[in-house]
Design a protein around this ligand. Structure first.
Ligand SMILES: CC(C)(COP(=O)([O-])OP(=O)([O-])OC[C@H]1O[C@@H](n2cnc3c(N)ncnc32)[C@H](O)[C@@H]1OP(=O)([O-])[O-])[C@@H](O)C(=O)NCCC(=O)NCCSC(=O)C[C@@](C)(O)CC(=O)[O-]
Length: 329
């Protein structure tokens, strides 16, 4: 399999990027961040989570964030429509976006209560999140793996029946903060379960960033052999500086959807020691260098990173972002 000529970047900054920060950004700042990311060319921007505000106060007000973004579109760039129909004819896989380029604003949903809240907020794209590690699953959502999958099944069915797009996350695909080694078979099993219940896209999360390219490639290939490469997205954290190398290994396999977070913000409150996500700026820079189209304007996304870091009082973690900032000083 060879590298695709275009990669879809799934921006997780306003959700994954902000959920672990000690400073809670107001709804208006989060709305402005998402608008700016869309203006930089990102067409899928994760907008928040319908989880317990006691657990994650950073994500409180997600309904208001969606309300403030209603009707958001972004400028069109020529020749960028992407069809995600599955080659094997399985259900789902179609994430094609119709003109005039509405922005996809996925939100995380952990249970029936979160799904009801997402529907009430007129969300059009949800993500359920499971894990390949039992211990992480219990700490994260207070459910075991099987229990969480059983809870997600009617949610996914209801979302598809209502015409929503549905993504499924699998955390800890290359290692767990509590259990250490996670076998590939565990990642494959949870990814397959989420795909079978109808999730159109499965994002494989290296939550604590311990993966290296051969391991990332082997795990991704094993999942893709069960659900099809068209449904696979990869989600690397950069804890050990391996995220870009892992992405490259997966691009060589044929992956076309990559998650990243502006300024490299991010981390999971239930994964101690896990640092930021792969930075969107670093990803765009590498893809541009490889001649892979993204539709994202690097300078504009780097400017969003600087603004968000200033609002958070956080140091930017993107190497590309730092290099570009140094040039404009
Ligand atoms: C999942 C729950 C809610 C279960 O939490 P629980 O305690 O089992 O839920 P419960 O049903 O027993 O209810 C307890 C309280 O939570 C409330 N509650 C219950 N559900 C909701 C809801 N949907 N929205 C708002 N409130 C809710 C409920 O109303 C009740 O409130 P109280 O009566 O005590 O005042 C909780 O454990 C939680 O919020 N966990 C946060 C999980 C999370 O957001 N983790 C981070 C995202 S995952 C991630 O980052 C990984 C990823 C995706 O990026 C990929 C990767 O890198 O690996």
């Amino acid at each position: 399999m060879s590298r695709a000529g275009r990669v879809e970047i799934f921006e997780v900054g306003p959700r994954d990027g902000l959920q672990n920060e000690s400073r809670v950004l107001p709804v208006e700042t989060r709305i402005a961040m998402i608008r700016d990311l869309a203006a930089a060319g990102l067409r899928t921007v994760e907008a928040g989570s319908f989880v317990s505000p006691r657990n994650l106060p950073q994500m409180a007000g997600t309904a208001e964030v969606l309300a403030g973004l209603s009707g958001l579109t972004r400028p069109s760039f020529s020749g960028e429509s992407i069809s995600r129909s599955t080659s094997d004819g399985t259900q789902g896989g179609d994430l094609e976006i119709d003109p005039p380029n509405p922005i996809n604003l996925p939100v995380l949903v952990p249970n029936a209560r979160g799904f009801a809240d997402a529907l009430a907020a007129k969300a059009r794209h949800i993500a359920v999140f499971a894990a390949a590690s039992e211990s992480f699953s219990r700490r994260n959502i207070n459910r075991g793996i099987e229990e969480s999958l059983a809870e997600y099944r009617p949610i996914v069915a209801g979302a598809l029946a209502a015409g929503l797009k549905v993504r499924g996350y699998v955390s800890c695909v290359l290692g767990c903060p509590y259990e250490g080694h996670v076998p590939v078979s565990a990642a494959v099993s949870v990814a397959t379960a989420l795909a079978s219940m109808g999730c159109q896209e499965i994002s494989l999360g290296d939550t604590i960033g311990v993966g290296t390219p051969d391991a990332a490639r082997a795990m991704t290939a094993a999942v893709a052999s069960e659900i099809g490469m068209q449904r696979v997205a990869v989600h690397f954290h950069d804890t050990y500086g391996q995220a870009l190398a892992n992405v490259l290994a997966c691009l060589e396999l044929g992956v076309t959807v990559v998650d990243s977070s502006v300024a490299g913000l991010g981390g999971c409150p239930y994964a101690p020691g896990a640092s930021g996500n792969l930075a969107t700026e670093d990803l765009v820079y590498m893809l541009e260098g490889l001649g892979v189209e993204t539709g994202v304007d690097l300078d504009r996304v780097a400017a969003v990173g600087r603004t968000v870091c200033a609002a958070l009082g956080a140091a930017p973690r993107s190497r590309t972002g730092q290099a570009l900032a140094a040039k404009i000083k």
